[in-house]
Design a binder for this molecule. Structure first.
Ligand code: ADP
Length: 759
């Protein structure tokens, strides 16, 4: 039974056969033969006659050959067909995904659809669109590129194009800003129709749950935080507070609670009246005990910069939710910045659901196939590489503790280094990379260090990483998208050797690191070193490892142990998927209301339905009969939009509050406060109540504003506070669910799975 279900699941998430596309491929080649002898002008003259997908593809192939000097390989044509059909393609790095996307983009655009190629970053949006521009222009298509520093006029113009290259994040921010426009001519985005997502697993899975946020008017900083942060600094782990085994939650003990109560002169910290203090204490404690410098963040200048756990890079424009960000600033003795008020927010997952047709590409899509299917109903398919991969992946070497693992890593590096073969060493975070760099120095090996602290030297370091005798120590930063060329002589020594100093929780990150070696038919090899004290195993209790822990040094890493490690990764990936789904369920509630709200707002913006308010403001409306009716209506529209936005902003802040209190109750084990209801149901009920309440007050608020604001023949006074809210906004990405603990249901499922696996 289970086998059958698994088979079905696999079938739906990964399409293993490319058979249907092979038929079209043959047809494309047949059509292509007749194009080879055409002059470029004659080829262009054929464009209006391209009435089938195969004809478009054949023309794109020929035009690419003539204009770019590249004739797409069969693997790229198959990839293009799969993209056109809405699959996520797994195509190894260096196989030419950029060009593969050209044909489906052109086919969609010629069919009158609006196409978005969503890239991993701004740089790639520019680079990839520049590369293909001659091809697109040949087909009479316009191309727009969105960059973070562009003005709204530039953006509006770019979005008019047939094909748009942009990051999902920029599109999301434009979407949110559009939701705040007071005049329809201020809108920048046009319709969201077809999307091809590059690095699909990263954008659609890893980043799915992070909300994009724009904020405006600032709130006062929390005055408690600085003092609370100082108090928390003196608390001692295991005496005053405890950290859970997943290293994701921290709780005060009774002793710790009493210390805080004494210091802040309050009788019972858990009294409702002390809720603000309790919240601050929780935030400060979390910042102090769980967020680690050089792992989770770095301090650069006077700012906290987050490190993206998957890419190892500084995540510009990303921050923790306001309270946590401030707590961290207080911890690092930086000035606590004022907090912004959230004006709008959407998760990437919801943003993607606004597109009519989504497909994607990545070098590690297959490993994310289940997530892609579960979260988006997208099916993945694997495109075999042009040249078979020559990399030798050696089995993991497993050690009982870090000490013996370190010794073995140094020994191995020393031995390989003596042969001259270049080595790239991947570490899980900045602090580990620095530690290993120092350790190697002690052993007489000078390595190049590459992490988020010196990312300005990245191009230079990567350029030398494949040279004879190179030893490069990096974080995940040298993963996705990094192209290391082999220096002279390195190929004969076996190419680039990759050493991973621990396994990541996601197999895809491991594969990204491995993928730096043996590119485009070159030789290469890789090996991971694992210690049972690695973060990966935090999820397993001591008893679960009891029999193994009695051993010493290197374990005889038989297949069974390697299997267990792979299982552990899979189980954790599964638990992460469950968590994403849980979070999605919560955000679905808000998203549902956002859509209804957006529809209402759009109608009003285009002056549909605004008449409904005229009756309510009748007296003033009549009093303004001397001014132009268009101006009078425009003024009412602005007043209604202003009040609608206020409703929405208040709603978002209430939602945050509800979430926080649900979390707090959960963390304190007082879910009985909800009368035994599931937190999710409590959340839905409260979210709906708040929304209804706020919408209920809308009419009165519109009347008040309309009666109070200055309106003359030019409309509403441009200096009116009605325009303040949207004057200066900032956009950033928030780390959702900073209390990264698994919710109880997930933890339970996780435990059951672990038992089954024999841990
Ligand atoms: P990926 O994104 O899959 O890692 P790229 O799109 O960056 O790969 O392409 C890798 C390299 O291969 C680029 O230098 C590109 O110009 C080259 N390339 C891609 N397709 C072809 C082709 N059909 N013929 C020749 N060179 C190609």
């Amino acid at each position: 039974m289970i086998k059958r279900i698994m088979a079905r699941l696999q079938k739906s998430s990964v399409e293993t056969t490319l058979k249907p596309f092979h038929k079209t491929l043959i047809e494309i080649h047949a059509l292509g033969e007749s194009l080879k002898s055409l002059s470029i002008q004659d080829l262009k003259a054929r464009i209006p006659e391209l009435d089938t997908q195969a004809k478009v593809f054949a023309a794109v192939i020929e035009a690419s050959h003539r204009l770019l000097g590249m004739r797409p390989f069969d693997s790229q044509i198959l990839a293009g067909l799969a993209l056109f059909e809405g699959f996520v393609i797994d195509m190894k790095t260096g196989e030419g995904k950029t060009l593969a996307a050209a044909a489906p983009n052109i086919a969609n655009a010629l069919a009158g659809r609006k196409v978005y190629l969503l890239t991993f970053n701004d740089y790639l949006a520019k680079r990839d669109s520049d590369l293909l521009l001659p091809l697109y222009e040949f087909f009479g298509l316009t191309v727009g590129v969105i960059q973070a520093d562009m003005s709204s006029d530039e953006r509006r113009l770019a979005y008019q194009s047939d094909i748009i290259y942009a990051t999902a994040r920029e599109v999301g921010f434009d979407f949110l800003r559009d939701q705040l426009c007071l005049y329809s001519h201020q809108i920048v985005l046009t319709k969201l129709d077809v999307a091809i997502v590059d690095e699909a697993d990263s954008i659609l899975v890893d980043e799915a749950r992070i909300p994009l946020v724009i904020s405006g008017n600032v709130n006062q900083p929390n005055e408690h935080l600085t003092n609370v942060s100082k108090a928390v600094r003196d608390l001692v782990e295991t005496v005053d507070y405890n950290i859970d085994k997943h290293h994701s939650n921290v709780h005060l003990t009774d002793v710790g609670t009493h210390k805080i109560e004494k210091q802040f002169d309050c009788e019972n910290l858990y009294d409702v009246e002390h809720l603000p203090l309790l919240t601050s204490v929780n935030l400060a404690l979390h910042a102090q005990a769980l967020l680690i410098p050089d792992v989770d963040y770095i301090v650069k200048g006077k700012n906290i910069k987050l490190i993206d756990e998957f890419t190892g890079r500084i995540a510009e424009n990303r921050r923790w939710p306001d309270g946590m960000q401030s707590a961290l600033e207080a911890k690092e003795s930086l000035a606590v910045k004022k907090e912004g008020q959230t004006l709008g927010s959407i998760t990437l997952q919801h943003l993607m659901s606004l597109f009519n047709k989504v497909s994607g590409m990545s070098g590690t899509a297959e490993l994310a196939a289940e997530e892609l299917y579960e979260l988006y109903h997208l099916t993945s398919c694997v495109i075999p590489p042009c040249k078979p991969c020559m990399r030798i992946d050696k089995p993991d070497r497993v050690f009982i503790d870090n000490h013996s693992k370190d010794a073995a890593i140094c020994q191995e590096i020393d031995a390989i280094h003596k042969t001259g073969q270049p080595i790239l060493i991947g570490t899980p975070n900045i602090s580990e990379s620095e530690r290993l760099h120092a350790l190697l120095l002690e052993n007489g090996i000078t390595g190049q260090l590459l992490n988020a602290k010196n990312d300005q030297d990245e191009a230079h370091i990567i350029a030398g990483a494949g040279a004879l005798g190179a030893v490069t120590i990096c974080t995940n930063l040298a993963g996705r998208g990094t192209d290391i060329s082999l220096g002279a002589g390195a190929k004969d020594l076996g190419g680039l050797h990759i050493i991973g100093t621990s396994r990541f929780e996601s197999r895809r990150i491991d594969d990204q690191l491995r993928g730096r070696s043996a590119r485009q038919g070159n030789p290469g090899s890789s090996q991971y070193f694992v210690s049972l004290t690695d973060k990966l195993f935090n999820h397993f209790t001591e008893e679960e490892f009891g029999s193994i822990k009695a051993l010493q040094g290197e374990l005889n890493a038989k297949a069974a142990l390697n299997k267990k490690i792979a299982h552990a990764q899979r189980v954790i990936e599964g638990a992460n998927l469950e968590r994403r789904k849980t979070l999605h369920r919560y955000s679905e509630v808000v998203e549902h209301q956002r859509r209804g709200f957006q529809k209402l707002r759009e109608d009003i913006l285009h002056q549909n339905g605004v008449e409904a308010f005229i009756e309510d403001v009748d007296e003033r409306w009549q009093g303004l009969s001397h001014i132009n009716n268009d101006k009078r209506t425009e003024a009412l529209v602005i007043v209604v939009l202003y009040n609608l936005d206020k409703v929405w902003i208040e709603y978002l802040s209430e939602i945050d509050y509800i979430k926080e209190s649900i979390h707090l109750n959960g963390a304190m084990g007082t879910s009985s406060l909800f009368g035994g209801s599931e937190p999710y149901h409590v959340f839905i009920r409260q979210a709906h109540e708040v929304f209804e309440q706020l919408i209920g007050k809308l009419k009165d608020a519109v009347v008040d504003t309309f009666n109070g604001v200055v309106i003359d023949e030019n409309g509403i006074d441009p200096d009116s506070e009605l325009f303040d809210m949207t004057k200066s906004t900032s956009s950033y990405v928030v780390v959702d669910n900073p209390f990264n603990g698994m919710d109880s249901q997930v933890a339970k499922k996780f435990g059951q799975k672990m038992k089954k696996l024999g841990f």
